[in-house]
Design a binder for this molecule. Structure first.
Ligand code: PNW
Length: 485
């Protein structure tokens, strides 16, 4: 063990240990039981959009292997499983309810509850029905109303058993990568459309929160992907300005409307040429600021930002598999992402666990109305393989996860109100435009046989959870992360 992992024996009572997936990444069964295409099915069908021509059609066949996958979760000892429902399965084409589609999630929830695992449901993890994209997708304000109808359907069937409801996962990706850089579905490269998509997803979130609240939902929130913006030279005004622009687009245009009821003034100014003012209608900001009960934070890495041309050779971050694209940094296309020389994962994302501590602490300092936080995704892609004895050694992923859990502990020590941690991902899966080439799972999936093998990181995480539970007779004050390796 490295000596930078602190002793941490003081997890708050009820701290939730979980793991996460998303519908399009694991389910497969793309055309079964009435499901129609989502934008990701359509996007992946176009050669060049997804590495190696991979598609989500089969993924890891979770749709058919769900009971075994829940058994794996139980074996790991998870408190909670974060998954998403597929809009294109529940309302194919964005139209009428498909009871068979919703039935899958009803069975999943029953299976989870039976296993003593808390379901943590996300309504939108990027798989818009293709039928709605054909009507403009998120550039069309009406899509927000369709989203509320879909949310009502899911709530009407699962509301009696699911307590935790997340509207959106990472609207940054499904707006700026989907409609700006085009590396995610629907693959449009239209800066004004991307900005409209940001606002309409905000609106859909706020309207759904209000609606589900009125129907009796207990815990409502949203998950954002957030990243500290670190100017390369903090004394250089050019780097400072680039870091401000990055922070605006990555973090503040998502946090501020929800937590303060307004876009930041500087973002409004920067994005005026891209039509942000034009899509905000009277009353929208009040709707968007509907109070939430928790904020989900997805964090993988920080970003060092410069306003000067890149001299280090490090590439920009942007979620694409390397094909030439437009920029997702709308109005800030010149910003660069120099390397700090830190170790990197297979995604080329730098590893710096203390960034997670800083982020969680900073949120509490900057947002007075911040609700409790959950780290809803954190994890790492590395290559791994089954060894001769049948085990899957993944020391780098294990180290990554333990060091980030320790960083969460330090954040809590500094006063951050963090109530849970979810590893991304339970299973190796369809990593969007990278296809199946990047493995994030704590469980390995053989893509030929669909066989599952718990990796060493999964076994370690399971021991951490078990020790936590043993130490706290149900309240989960946890062990030192060192104690479990
Ligand atoms: C998240 N970036 O996406 C998603 O919520 C998951 O579905 C995904 O599999 C996981 O992280 C790993 O990528 C991200 O460019 C996409 O920094 C892009 C970025 C970060 C997260």
């Amino acid at each position: 063990m490295t000596n930078n992992t602190p002793q941490w024996n003081n997890w708050p009572a009820g701290f939730i240990w979980g793991s996460a997936t998303a519908a399009a990444q694991v389910e497969g069964a793309a055309r079964e039981d009435g499901k129609q295409d989502s934008v990701w099915d359509a996007f992946a069908a176009v050669p060049g959009n997804v590495l190696n021509g991979d598609t989500p059609a089969t993924a890891v066949d979770h749709y058919h292997r769900m009971p075994q996958d829940v058994a794996l979760m139980k074996e790991l000892g998870l408190d909670s499983y974060r998954f998403s429902t597929s809009w294109a399965r529940v309302r194919p084409g964005g139209g009428a309810l498909n009871p068979k589609g919703l039935d899958f999630y009803s069975r999943l929830v029953d299976e989870l509850l039976e296993a003593g695992i808390l379901p943590w449901l996300t309504l939108y993890h990027w798989d818009l029905p293709q039928g709605l994209e054909e009507k403009g997708g998120w550039t069309n304000r009406d899509t927000a109303c369709r989203f509320v109808e879909y949310a009502q359907d899911v709530y009407s069937v699962l509301g009696d058993r699911v307590k935790n409801w997340t509207t959106f996962n990472e609207p940054f990706c499904s707006s700026l990568l989907g409609y700006g850089s085009g590396v995610h579905a629907p693959g449009r490269q239209e800066p004004r459309s991307a900005i409209a998509a940001v606002h309409h997803q905000h609106l859909a979130h706020g309207m759904a929160v209000t609606e589900l609240r009125s129907l009796g939902a207990e815990q409502l929130g949203i998950t954002l992907n957030l990243s500290n913006s670190i100017p390369k030279d903090p004394t250089d005004p050019v780097d400072q300005e680039a870091a401000r622009l990055f922070d605006s687009l990555q973090n503040r245009i998502f946090l501020d409307p929800i937590l303060r009821g307004a876009y930041p003034e500087d973002s409004l100014r920067d994005l005026e040429p891209f039509g942000l003012h034009e899509v905000i209608l009277p009353g929208d900001m009040e709707l968007i600021a509907a109070p939430i009960d928790f904020l989900g934070v997805n964090h993988y890495h920080d970003d060092m930002i410069s306003g000067h041309p890149n001299s280090t050779g490090a590439d920009g971050h942007g979620g694409g598999s390397g094909k030439a694209t437009a920029s997702c940094w709308i109005g800030a296309e010149h910003i660069t992402f120099p390397s700090r020389g830190l170790p990197r994962t297979a995604m080329d994302w730098e590893v710096n666990p203390d960034g997670l501590r800083r982020l969680l602490v900073r949120l509490g300092e900057e947002y007075p109305t911040l609700p409790p936080l959950y780290v809803t995704e954190n994890g790492a892609a590395y290559d791994d393989d089954v060894s001769a004895d049948g085990s899957v050694p993944d020391p780098e992923r294990t180290r990554y996860i333990l060091d980030h859990i320790a960083a969460v502990g330090r954040a809590i020590e500094s006063g951050a109100d963090v109530r849970g941690y979810f590893v991304w991902s339970l299973l190796d899966n369809f990593e969007w435009s990278w296809g199946y080439s990047k493995r994030f799972g704590i469980v390995r999936v053989d893509y030929d046989t669909q066989a599952r093998t718990i990796k060493d990181s999964g076994l370690t995480y399971g021991r951490l959870i078990a020790a936590s539970r043993a130490a706290g007779s149900g309240t989960h004050p946890a062990p030192s992360v060192d104690a479990v390796v």
